[in-house]
Every structure is written in structure tokens, then in C-alpha cells.
Design a protein around this ligand. Structure first.
Ligand code: MEV
Length: 450
């Protein structure tokens, strides 16, 4: 491949010109690559246009499978959860946990708090925080007034600015201060709202400062931005049953299962290497619904992992209590979600997901997503402390391996039947595939294909 040259003004090219440039500069087989891009275009031109307008430089779409996990009983309401995810075993694990808890009272979710935070980060070269603080207090109502037009609609919905204060951060960085604003953003995730309000407050703050006797001390507003860390936007979800009801596998009695399960959670509470994998499994469920409902899973991930480290050491998001013959398993997780705004009313599949869930309010969605995370963790730990994770995982992954091998439908059926009572591995799948196809090994297959 030839040396690549940078391009100027790429975003201003037409879609066709962008594709032409990329295909001819980056791909050996132009026709094949072009066809790949085109094969993912939506057949409905309006939907394709909508997608293209979500982002800059859109060339095509990137599909994820969209699956459903039925039978989720959450706060006595039955849901089918929409999950957009590529990992083979996640939907199956969700469904399995939902079915397990269905006749044991289901999931009980409670929203603990819904506050979000944003900051104006600035440097000030004065030396008396007291003076700055007094000044801030004297202009607080003006700052609030400056946002009235922007917060009007949100206030009508019961949200808006809850509090704001000035904070001395000079211990962290010379001359560093913050105006911290807390918000209630109702059913929207609120990022745009928060950032707009902060920028308005910042403008007013600077104007007031310049008009004041503090002006000789240079003020430098560095940035105005919400924080994606939302430790005051928390939801808890719980399942519980008697120990006797914990029949999960013939091979293990309920009391032994409960005890191993509790130890597995304990290990994730105290041991960061395990905690990361443990929480990753939780995020399998959380992210899949976040994507399906048009929520920002990167923001959620960032917040969740910061929260998991809030006590100075990365730890489990879930916990277990076993007492008086009862088993209680719960999650506490920060989830800043929206059911309005963003792409929620634009993306047809996102709208489908919201309707599937009964068009929940953001607080209800928080409870649903937390339950999905807890369910994933229950299924993962259930497998880990009994049969091992590979049994279920490889059963679901088998089709991926067979598709990689380009197995025919008939070969697939034979191989699935062969593994009915065995745990497939990558190598055993290749072995049986070669045997059924009557070839010595994969190398022979490749040579024959050439
Ligand atoms: C795989 O995506 C998730 C698990 O590793 C989670 C866990 O180990 O708890 C199975």
C-alpha cells in the first residue's frame, strides 16, 4: 500500500467523494470494500439520511444485534428488556436470571437520588478566598437570574438549578477555583442543558467580576462543563429469597451455592483484579440497554467506574447478605439516563425500545437498567461458582466459530448436535468440523479454496 497523505477539508466533501477518497486510499480491493460499506446502507433513504445527520463524515452504519430478554419482573411490573450487544451470551444470561427471579418477587429497584453536577473551572490570582466568596454571595441572585430564560422549560417540568457554590481548589492546583452547580434535569440526561447554563453563568460571573473591585486580580475561566461523575444520581436494585429457594444446579445444594456466591462477591469487594471483571459483567447488561434506549454508555461507564473506586480502591458494585436463612443480593449504581432529548425521539429503534418498555420516565428507566446489571452479575456468578463460565459462553459462541469456518447449515446442525452434552472449545470445534467435512485440517481447507 502506498504512503498516505493527509487531506484538507474532508468534512466538506460530499458523502460520495468521502467514500471514493477513503476507498482508493486505504483499501486494496476497492470494489469489495465499497460493497461492504454500501451493504450496510439503509434501504429507506430517509432513515439513512437521519443516521448520516447524527454525526460528521458518516459513510455507512454499524449494526449491533438487537435482542430481547423477556420476563423481567421489576417493582411488580413485567418488562421485556431491549439489549443491543454483540457478545454471544449476554441476552441468554439476562433471560436466565429474569426467569429465575420471576417467581421469587422479581427485582425491587429504588431511585436514591437524581442530582447532576456541573462546574465552571477558573483560575483567580487573588489571595483572599473570603473576599471571592463574599463577592460570589453578593452576585449569586444575579447569576441565577442570568439563567432564567434557559431554565424556564426545565423549571416548568420540576427541574432546574438546585444549588450553587464557589469552591477553593487551590490545594489541588495553584489559583484554581470552581463554581459548582447542581441540577435536576428530570427526564433528560441533561448534558446540553447543564453546559448551556454553565456557560451563561460564566459569562455573567466574568461581567460582574470586571465591574467589581476584584478585577485587578486576573480571572481566567478555563472551562464550563458538566461532570459525568454522578455519585448523587444513584439507583439501587435488589433481589431476595430464602436460601432454600436457591436451586440453581443439581450438582450443588442451595446453602453451598449461597455461600460460594457470597464469597465470590466478597472477592470482588476486596480484590480489584476480580472487581473489574465482575463489574464488566454488570456493564454487559447496563450498556446493552443504554445503547438500545439511546443513552450515552460512555458517560455511564466513566461514572460507574469512578463510583466503584470512591473509597480509594476499585471494588464491586454488587453486594450480598445472608442472614436468618435469607439471601439478599443488590446493586447500587450511578446512572444518569434520559428518556427525552438526545436521539431518543429520532432513532427509530431507540423509539421502539422506549415503547417496548412502556415509555418509562428516566427514574423508572434507572430502576430497569440497574436490575439488568444485577441480573447479568447473578447469571455470571451463578455459572462461575457452579459449572464454570465456558459452558454457557461457548454454547452461545459456537455459532460464531462455525460462521468463521464458513460451515454450511447442515454442518452447523451436526456440530451443534455433537456439542449438546459437551462444552465446545475453539479447537474441539475445528476438529469436529474437519472430521465432518472430511479434511485433514484447516490448512487443507485453505489450500483447496485457493
Ligand atoms: C464476560 O463478558 C463477563 C464475565 O467475565 C463477568 C464475570 O466474570 O463476572 C463472565
Amino acid at each position: 500500500m502506498t504512503k498516505k497523505n493527509p487531506i484538507e477539508g474532508f468534512s466538506k466533501l460530499s458523502k460520495a467523494a468521502k467514500i471514493e477518497w477513503i476507498i482508493y486510499n486505504y483499501f486494496d480491493n476497492a470494489e469489495k470494500s465499497l460493497n461492504t460499506l454500501k451493504s450496510y446502507w439503509h434501504s429507506n433513504a430517509d432513515i439513512q439520511k437521519l443516521h448520516d445527520e447524527f454525526i460528521e463524515n458518516s459513510l455507512s452504519n454499524f449494526y449491533l444485534p438487537y435482542g430481547i430478554a423477556p420476563n423481567f419482573l421489576i417493582n411488580n411490573k413485567l418488562y421485556c428488556l431491549p439489549l443491543a450487544i454483540e457478545e454471544s451470551s449476554v441476552v441468554a444470561a439476562s433471560s436466565k436470571a429474569a426467569n429465575f427471579w420471576l417467581n421469587k418477587g422479581g427485582f425491587k429497584s429504588t431511585v436514591i437520588s437524581t442530582t447532576k453536577i456541573g462546574h465552571i473551572h477558573f483560575l483567580w490570582e487573588g489571595n483572599s478566598f473570603d473576599d471571592l466568596n463574599k463577592f460570589f454571595k453578593s452576585i449569586k441572585s444575579k447569576l441565577l437570574q442570568s439563567t432564567e430564560r434557559i431554565t424556564q422549560n426545565m423549571r416548568l417540568r420540576g427541574g432546574g438549578i438546585k444549588e450553587f457554590s464557589i469552591i477553593d481548589k487551590t490545594e489541588l492546583e495553584k489559583n484554581y477555583y470552581q463554581i459548582e452547580v447542581t441540577f435536576e434535569t428530570c427526564d433528560s440526561m441533561g448534558a446540553n442543558f447543564i453546559n448551556t447554563v454553565l456557560e451563561e453563568i460564566s459569562k455573567c460571573f466574568k461581567n460582574e467580576l470586571f465591574a467589581s473591585n476584584l478585577t485587578e486580580n486576573n480571572v481566567n475561566v478555563i472551562m464550563c462543563i458538566l461532570s459525568n461523575y454522578t455519585p448523587q444520581c444513584i439507583v439501587r436494585s435488589e433481589v431476595n429469597c430464602t436460601i432454600d429457594e436457591l436451586h440453581v444446579d443439581k450438582e450443588i445444594n442451595p446453602a453451598e451455592f449461597a455461600s460460594k456466591f457470597k464469597t465470590a462477591v466478597r472477592i470482588a469487594e476486596v480484590e480489584p483484579y476480580r472487581a473489574v471483571t465482575h463489574n464488566k459483567g454488570i456493564m454487559n447488561g447496563v450498556d446493552a440497554i443504554a445503547i438500545a434506549t439511546g443513552n450515552d454508555f460512555r458517560a455511564i461507564e466513566a461514572s460507574v467506574h469512578a463510583y466503584a473506586s470512591r473509597n480509594g480502591k476499585y471494588s464491586s458494585l454488587t453486594h450480598v447478605d445472608i442472614s436468618d436463612g435469607n439471601f439478599k443480593f443488590w446493586i447500587e449504581i450511578p446512572l444518569s439516563l434520559g428518556t427525552v432529548g438526545g436521539i431518543t425521539s429520532l432513532h427509530p429503534m431507540v423509539k421502539f425500545s422506549h415503547e417496548l418498555l412502556g415509555n418509562p420516565k428516566a427514574s423508572e428507566l434507572m430502576g430497569i437498567v440497574a436490575a439488568a446489571g444485577l441480573a447479568q452479575n447473578f447469571s455470571a456468578l451463578r455459572s462461575l461458582v457452579t459449572s464454570g463460565i465456558q459452558k454457557g459462553h461457548m454454547k452461545m459462541h459456537l455459532l460464531n466459530i462455525l460462521n468463521q469456518l464458513e460451515a454450511s447449515e447442515e454442518e452447523k446442525l451436526k456440530i451443534i448436535e455433537y456439542f449438546k452434552d459437551k462444552v465446545p472449545t475453539y479447537y474441539s470445534t475445528i476438529e469436529i468440523f474437519c472430521k465432518i467435512r472430511g479434511i485433514e485440517n484447516l490448512a487443507t481447507l485453505r489450500i483447496n479454496k485457493k
